[in-house]
Every structure is written in C-alpha cells, then in structure tokens.
Design a protein around this ligand. Structure first.
Ligand SMILES: CC(C)(COP(=O)(O)OP(=O)(O)OC[C@H]1O[C@@H](n2cnc3c(N)ncnc32)[C@H](O)[C@@H]1OP(=O)(O)O)[C@@H](O)C(=O)NCCC(=O)NCCS
Length: 225
C-alpha cells in the first residue's frame, strides 16, 4: 500500500535498543512532541544555538509542526534531516536528530537532541545518542558525526564524552545578544561507546535509497573534470 512513508521512508524508520525506541516523526507525534517541548530547560538558560525553545506554549504546536513539515518538504540526498521521536519504556521523552548536507560525498553530519525536563538526568540522553550514532555508522555508512554544546551545558558535553566524541575546537557565537563559547565535538566509528543493548532496525533499505545510497549511480568525485 502506498503511504506517506512510501514518499518519505524516514517516516517508517524504527530503531529499537532495549528500552530505547527512535521513530520517524509522523504527524500523530507532532502534538505530543510540542507539549514536551514547552518544558526543556530553565528560563534563564539557553542550550540551543537557535533559541526555538523560547516559543510561547500557545505557538509551540505550530512551531514544531512547521519545523518537521519544512524538513520533510526539503528532504533530498543533497540535504536531509533524520529527526526521531524518542521513546523510553514506551513513553515519549524527547527528540534525537541528525542533519547533513552533501552526505554522499562527506559521510558526515551533526547530531542534536533534547528531552522533556522531567526525563533528564536518568541516562536517557546518553542512551539515545549512543543508539543514533550506532545506527548511522552501522546502517547508513557514516564516517564522522559532529555535535556542538555551549560551555555552560555540562550534561550535553558529558553525553558527547560518554559516547566517544572528542574535542574539535570552539566557536564564539551570538547567544541571545551575548557572546558564548560553543564547543565542537567529533566522533569516528572506532571511538563509539556502544549502548548496552543491540539495535533492531526497520525500514533501512528504503531509507538508504531515499538518501541516494544503493542506487547504482556514481557520485562525481571531481566536478572539475
Ligand atoms: C542534554 C540532554 C539531552 C542530556 O540528556 P540526559 O538524559 O539529561 O543526560 P544523561 O543523564 O544521559 O547524562 C548526563 C551526564 O551529564 C552529567 N551532568 C549533568 N549535569 C552536570 C553538571 N552540572 N556538571 C557536570 N556533569 C553534569 C551527568 O552527571 C551525566 O553524566 P554521568 O552519567 O557520568 O553522571 C538533556 O539534559 C537535555 O535535553 N537538556 C536540554 C536540551 C539540551 O541541552 N540539548 C542539547 C543541546 S546541545
């Protein structure tokens, strides 16, 4: 049967590992994710490079939905996002994403994540990052995964360290009108610290085709020739 996931196989991707489940963000998950997103951090702390989490609660459903619809609309092998709703023991707890450009050439992209505040500090953030990184290396042929975190975000930096990422420099950025230091991190397959449960995946062959893998077409190595 032809469904929305036929057009965008990301929607049917499922990655499970013990109590952790990552699911492509289908429309039924947008409202529950928006509800969770209204309480991610203290009002005086901004963990994100783009301060989307300050969106008023009344506007969060549209903000979250438009973000995901926008990423779906622009999905192509040249530029794609794989955003997942994260479940722990069957309960929706947050989101884990991966964003990339020119993946067929670079085999590189960046992870980003958040949990509803009441689900933080229980090891779930580390588990979901370890799971997505194992998925990207084992099932999607990634070679480098990057991440960023502000100096004053020790939880995010600890998750990266515990997953095996190493320091990759800093950037000075504008955070809500004030200067802030953003740490860059990078992970290579040999350094990955794996989650204690193995991964089970569904929907991978279709997803790989949708990002231009397994199509039998050669990627031009040198555009100048
Ligand atoms: C970042 C986030 C995803 C991490 O998930 P989490 O489930 O809370 O993290 P975990 O429980 O797996 O691990 C957090 C680690 O950070 C450490 N940590 C937390 N606060 C800390 C602090 N103030 N100082 C030092 N270490 C700290 C914890 O001790 C833990 O390490 P440990 O298990 O070795 O003790 C989650 O906290 C979150 O959503 N934060 C708000 C949004 C955000 O920051 N997103 C990332 C943007 S870059």
């Amino acid at each position: 049967m032809t469904t929305a996931a036929t057009a965008l196989p990301l929607l049917a991707l499922r990655i499970t590992a013990g109590p952790v489940e990552l699911r492509g963000v289908t429309d039924d998950l947008l409202g529950p994710l928006a509800d969770l997103a209204t309480d991610i951090h203290e009002a005086d702390f901004m963990p994100f490079g783009f301060p989307w989490s300050l969106t008023p609660a009344s506007e969060m459903p549209r903000n979250v939905a438009q973000y995901h619809w926008g990423k779906r609309a622009s999905f192509s092998p040249a530029q794609w996002n794989a955003d997942f709703a994260v479940f722990f023991d069957g309960e929706l707890v947050g989101a884990q994403g991966f964003t990339t450009k020119d993946y067929l050439v670079t085999r590189c992209g960046e992870t980003g994540s958040w949990l509803g505040r009441r689900f933080q500090g229980r090891g779930i953030g580390t588990a979901m990052r370890q799971v997505i990184c194992a998925f990207l290396f084992d099932h999607v042929d990634a070679q480098y995964i990057t991440s960023t975190a502000f100096t004053d975000n020790p939880a995010s930096r600890a998750v990266s360290r515990k997953t095996g990422y190493t320091d990759n420099g800093v950037d000075r950025v504008n955070r809500l009108g004030k200067p802030a230091t953003m740490h860059r991190l990078v992970l290579e397959p040999a350094n990955l610290v794996r989650y204690k449960h193995d991964l089970n995946v569904e929907g991978v062959p279709e997803f790989r085709k949708s990002i231009g893998l397994d199509t039998g077409e050669q990627v031009p190595q040198d555009q100048s020739r």
